[in-house]
Design a protein around this ligand. Sequence first.
Ligand SMILES: [Zn+2]
Length: 354
Amino acid sequence: MLTGRSLLVHCTANQALRCAPIARRPHGGLVISPQRHDEIGLLATAEYLVRRLGFDGPVLLDAARYAGTNRLPASAPFNPRWLRRQRELGLPVLTDSGYVGGGDEAGLVSILHRTMAVPGAIAALPLHPAWLRDRLHLTKLTGHVRAAGVPVALVLEARGDPFGLAGSVPGLLEILGCGVPVLLLRCDLSALGALCHGAVAAAVGTTAALRHLPPLEAVGGRPPPGPRPPSTIFKPTMSYRRITAIQRAKRSRPDPRLWSCDCPVCDGRDLDWMATLDERGREVPAFEHAAAILFALRDELLGEALPLARAARSWAARCADAAYREKELGWSATPMLRHWRETTPGENPVTVAA
Ligand SMILES: [Zn+2]
């Protein structure tokens, strides 16, 4: 099912049928989270996808019980029915873990130990950022992951891109060196970096909400934020940008080679064509264009048989080039580009923020 180096599309259950044709490709696949905690609805969607539509790529079901104001702690028991249903559908079994707080080492160990008791299961690890960024936490985490020896699927908490935070990229690289299969869920372009450094699979969210795990203080206490205006990937800068920002930038730099896109959605048009649609209408093409760019980048970087060390070097070089392009356009710098550029194995020592 998971063939390695897979780039997955992370969507909600109500988006799954629309995302399936995009994710049905070599080294593609889906991660599906429930819509408003409707786990039954998610299982029904997965069953339809696999049994009726014959979707034969990897599908992971993410119960997301670690997210939202009623999130469960890491010590919460797995739901045996949830694990069983995934197996019955012929899917990889991903645990329905609760959230691992910064001080919850016992919770972390409990998830890993309970996963060891489920044959072939992948431990979902929804982690407070300290687990990757703090040396002491990271040493404990990698020690427990090595000892458990089970595959892990990381979900990283952050207000924005977790890999924009100092220490996250080197922390991820250490986990990738633990000798167990590592997956990365709820991610954005750093999914490609993770794949180039040996992740088995990495998933990019269809919307901003599925590209990281927002901290509870950003969710609770206030009314939930309305949907953000759609962003999409501008390939030369390898970053998500609002469609309106792309339109503005094009006006100040009308170079056709820079703005046109040959993906099946844009079909040679300049990328700001989506600005002619209303905000809701932009959502689907913004995502379809982003997916096309991501899969194209995946294939360019990893190909079929390219050695990982070479992929990691190409990824670092592309990050450097994208950062240069951002500067040229007068856009704010995307910190993850710098963090990935600085951590090419063999060229820079891997360091972790204290
Ligand atoms: Zn396009």
